[in-house]
Design a protein around this ligand. Structure first.
Ligand SMILES: C[S@@+](CC[C@H](N)C(=O)[O-])C[C@H]1O[C@@H](n2cnc3c(N)ncnc32)[C@H](O)[C@@H]1O
Length: 207
């Protein structure tokens, strides 16, 4: 068994619906990729660890990461709001969340994240960024504003800059994002080498 398969062999999925969605999505080229199971589990761990109740996801895709987030807030008594602007994808996330029995825990919103976040109140415990890469730097300040002090911002794919298989423009957006994050005195941040890289920031009390 190689390094990767050894690691993955420990990642038990939090529900059978997560496993099912992995099988159903595998090999599809008409949808954008979902997070790796390792990141799904990490999101679930963070929710439990921080007792996160208000969770916002930017970029639902077909709902794979939302299933992990939803299973997490089921434990903490919280709620997830997930946003996507692609109509067909949104229909799939609605179906997948209903099939998984998570309608009471996951609210699905259709629309541009940049518009929808203007309509949301603040004090989010956890904001997960996984939509268009151009959005990360664009939304950075607003996302920090929406996060409660002590809350977390987790951004996926942030090592794209160093991946030769990824289009240069996408890597440049992520590079710009990382530079903004690490220069931001409101945040305490690190990058984990999970999947395509995950930048994690905690919003500190002193700004
Ligand atoms: C990588 S996928 C999300 C995958 C999902 N988080 C998962 O792991 O299962 C990115 C999604 O962001 C959506 N998206 C891209 N730009 C957006 C925008 N401006 N507003 C809302 N959603 C957007 C796309 O339609 C796509 O479904």
């Amino acid at each position: 068994m190689d390094y990767f398969n050894y690691l993955r062999s420990f990642i038990k999925r939090d529900s059978v619906f997560i496993e099912d969605l992995e099988s159903l999505s595998s090999g599809r080229d008409d949808i954008q990729p979902s997070v790796e199971p390792e990141l799904g589990k990490f999101l679930g761990l963070v929710i439990r660890l921080t007792n996160a109740k208000k969770v916002l996801e930017i970029g639902s895709g077909v709902g794979y990461s939302a299933l992990w987030l939803g299973e997490g807030v089921k434990i903490t008594g919280g709620r997830v709001v997930t946003v996507d602007n692609h109509e067909r994808t949104h229909k799939e996330v609605v179906k997948n969340i209903t099939n998984a029995g998570l309608d009471n825990w996951v609210e699905k919103k259709l629309g541009n994240a940049e518009d929808i976040i203007e309509t949301l109140g603040g004090d989010w415990d956890l904001i997960f960024q996984d939509a268009g890469k151009y959005l990360y730097p664009l939304l950075h300040n607003k996302i920090v504003d929406l996060t409660r002090t002590g809350g977390l911002i987790i951004a996926d794919d942030t090592m794209f800059k160093m991946n030769p298989d990824v289009r240069k423009g996408l890597g440049d957006h992520m590079d710009k994002y990382n530079k903004m994050v690490f220069a931001d005195s409101r945040l305490y941040s690190t990058i984990l080498s999970v999947g395509h890289g995950v930048t994690i920031s905690m919003k500190m009390g002193v700004e």
